[in-house]
Design a protein around this ligand. Structure first.
Ligand SMILES: Nc1ncnc2c1ncn2[C@@H]1O[C@H](COP(=O)(O)OP(=O)(O)OP(=O)(O)O)[C@@H](O)[C@H]1O
Ligand SMILES: [Mg+2]
Length: 280
């Protein structure tokens, strides 16, 4: 891995330190962890232990108020990494700090409160509730954390306007196109006004033109909102277009991290160079 410095002066919002994730029974997990720490590669570790390797020692610094893209081929560990940030997954080893605070040390109650206020997620398959209308979907997170119905609906309506869906409040998810559904997903994530938004392949299911529009939309919103966005994609063109900072994963390890300009100008190795050359 080549550790390129962040080009920006921005502070680190999320620090990922030496994260390993092995899926499997405890004994196999311990053996796999030891092998990975000795530098044995994922495939060999899986062969020798029967465990499945998600991440094999990841360090990453996610800058505050910027878009960071986690890029890599299928199975490289992107979703596993991003799910560690809101602790949908706990690591086999390593530490995650958000605003300097160790999130692995949060109690269940603290974790719940943190998820309701500080961090939100947008999913590839939209994750909307089919029996609720669009307005109620966007208001959902606000209601869950106890905001009064009128206030939650008013906020939800404002966010629907921000994503150009005013007039669709009473529709149901199955009456909308994919692009519109993802706008609802985005409005829902934004409505809880969290500083961190995790987006796992959020635009990957959309047609190319709609996907391009959504990228524009996200960039436009980000100019006003300045969120810390962690955006997972397997598409280098999308990563280069959206990312202020890019982390390229391969087989559970960081291949290169840096600014889009830095990665294009100085790919760390042939693997990254091939990606960058195919970006059109
Ligand atoms: N719950 C699990 N049990 C066993 N292995 C898992 C589990 N989750 C992930 N893995 C393994 O960890 C590795 C990384 O998976 P992950 O889903 O993070 O990849 P990804 O980069 O998000 O891929 P994709 O682009 O297909 O979504 C893969 O080899 C996968 O098989
Ligand atoms: Mg994934």
């Amino acid at each position: 891995m080549s550790a390129q410095p962040l080009q920006t002066e921005t502070p680190v919002k999320i620090g990922i330190h030496g994260i390993y994730k092995v899926f499997g029974p405890a004994a196999a997990e311990a053996r796999a962890l030891a092998l990975l720490r000795d530098g044995v590669d994922k495939e060999q570790v899986q062969e020798q232990t029967g465990a499945s390797v998600g991440l094999a020692g990841v360090d990453a610094r996610i800058p505050a108020d910027r878009i960071t893209c986690i890029m890599g081929l299928s199975g490289s560990g992107k979703s596993t990494l991003v799910r560690h940030i809101n602790r949908l997954i706990d690591p086999s080893a390593g530490e995650i700090r958000v605003d300097g605070k160790n999130v692995l040390a949060l109690s269940l109650d603290e974790l719940r409160a943190w998820r309701r206020h500080a961090i939100s997620m947008v999913f590839q398959n939209f994750g909307l509730l089919p029996h609720l209308d669009v307005l109620a979907n966007v208001a959902f997170g606000l209601r869950v954390r106890g905001e009064p119905v009128a206030q939650a609906r008013a906020k939800a309506g404002q966010w629907l306007e921000r994503v150009n869906l005013a007039g669709y409040e009473k529709r149901y998810p199955d009456e909308l196109s994919g692009g519109m559904r993802q706008r609802v997903g985005l409005a829902r994530a934004l409505a809880i006004d969290a500083g961190i938004i995790l987006m796992d392949e959020a635009f990957s299911a959309l047609d190319p033109l709609i996907r391009y529009d959504m990228q524009d939309e996200l960039l436009k919103l980000q100019q006003q909102l300045h969120k810390t966005i962690v955006f997972v994609t397997h598409d280098i063109a999308e990563a280069l277009r959206l990312g202020d900072h890019i982390v390229i994963l391969r087989e559970g390890r960081v291949e290169q991290a840096g600014s889009p300009q830095g990665i294009i100008a100085q790919p760390a190795n042939d693997y990254v160079r091939r990606f960058v050359m195919r970006r059109e």
